[in-house]
Design a protein around this ligand. Sequence first.
Ligand SMILES: C=C(OP(=O)(O)O)C(=O)O
Length: 668
Amino acid sequence: MRGIGASEGCALGPVHHVDRSIAEPAADPRPSESDPTAEVTRFTEAADAVTTALETAASNASGEAAEILSATAQMASDPALAESASRLIRDENLTAERAAWVAAGQLREKLESLGGYLGERAADVADVRDRIIASLRGEESSFESPDEPFVLVAESLSPADTADLDTALVLALVTVQGGPQSHSAILARALGIPAVVGTDPAITQIAAGTEVFVDGTEGTISTEPGDEEKDRAAQWQANREQAAAFSGRGELACGHRVQLLANIGSAADAEAAAKAGAEGAGLLRTEFLFLDRADEPSVDEQAEVYAAIFAHFAGKPVVIRTLDAGSDKPMPFITAAQRSEGSKVSEPNPALGMRGFRTHSFAPAVLERQLQAIAQAAQQSEAEVKVMAPMITTADEAAEFASLVTAAGLETAGIMVETPAAALCAAATLAPVAFASIGTNDLTQYTLAFDRELPDYGGLQSSGHPAVLSLIGATVRGAEQADAQTGDGKQRTVGVCGEAAADPRLAVILAGLGVTSLSMSAPALGRVAAKLAEVTLAEARETAAEALSGSVVTAAVTAQDSPADDTADAEAPTASGAGETDVRRTIEVTAPTGLHARPAAVLAKALKALDASVQITHAGSGNTADGSSVMEMMALGADPGDTIDVQATGPAAGEAVEAVEAAATGDT
Ligand SMILES: C=C(OP(=O)(O)O)C(=O)O
């Protein structure tokens, strides 16, 4: 049988059917004596219960799963859904169950008619609807599964169900509904579960327990697996187990140590990384705390969050990166500071503009407060806290950062090496600090002069390019020179925290170039450790020498995992200052994902924090959406190239319009 390969890998196992459909509520009107207000309250309480359950699931998840679950939670509490259900209960005498069915159905139809990516979001709306109805009926929202590994077959599976799957038991996932961009498919990929979606409905007729072979790469299911398929499934399983088995220590076959650390961005990531055995955190991205909000978090709020993260790494190193604002991570309070300094906010090439440590020149207090919060959290923690600044290009910047770190009472300062300048002059840029961490995602972008947000072109996103490797070698040598020239007794270390570190072949080359730590997402630790254990240092050096001479160009692609790309509007700011009460702006949607589910969810959350009401109109169709409703914004169908008219009223109208613009022009 054929379907769409939605998550790579293959598996062999017995079929287990899961039926998540719920019976359609009867269309009969409510008894005339029943109280409509009480029925509306029933609906609201059920929607609240679903929201809370999904928010809890989101806070227990990390990365993509957390984002998807929290967007789904917002849909369950969507004001447009609540209003429509309440109207149906009051005006048409429907029961709360029937009102949930009809109200969500109307929205679902709108999304389905839009097709494509938005059509696939219809499944999320159906999921929210079914959960609310199940809650009204007092039904269980989880499903039973066998104790032995199985291939899960379902008509459809909701994102929340998928996020909850036990990866030790679910060998593969097959659904009749859904496309490659459905949230369930995205989550299956994040969990590493092979998946085929959009299959022939006959799949649901296969007897439970039948052994099937699922190929998530090709999109096929075979009910009569041969030897070759059995071997492939066994091989895939062996690779998966190897990836999961990390001993907690990185070393080459000769015993040479390379510390294996984790890249994290939240307390949930920290917990997962610690569980996976990471030797520490080599990159704690702090942007998660600052993005999608109008104001900077307070020192106490920051300190509390950092302390919760440090708590997972007692006795281990945690390298925390100070705020990497600007370019692909715009933040309203940084932009406001830039504007009040009279600096030019619109940057034709934001990646080459005022980003990372450079924003300190016009917003010094932001970094100072962050360092204060880090120091406060470090004081209560047993982790070995080190601080590094992003986008340091000159020795002066490195020295300025080091003195700010000392002034905050912190001990160890380092810099990210992300530009050819910082690498080529590493003897000078590293002199004032104790370590360097090479951000190969940006270093590759700036070396090969190719935007990291674009799809690859002729290998120009490969961190294995000899030019990038040669700059990494230069950084290692520069660190040695800085030790010798300063005579300060420090032994400067050079690690890599970009995506190159997670590529096993590149990891060997990096070790051969003299890098002493590699930091990556936790699931990559096992496979990188296994590859490193196969080679001696002499062999790694030989491989590195070959790669430098241009004979090896690995296809490692730079990370696409960082938050929003913002292209500030060159002619824009009609709506800049705070305090404006009525602001309108016409915006062209340029974000590759349009104003769709997650951008809409992020935007609705940001707008809720602002004192303004926002109305968005799709210039082509005339459809309108309230900025507080994720569902209405999704149903606008605002795709890249479309134009939207935004009208905001209230004291924070200007900021609200900017938030809409950031979502519509950034890849959130
Ligand atoms: C780790 C890096 O930073 P970012 O968060 O920008 O991907 C990098 O540039 O390699």
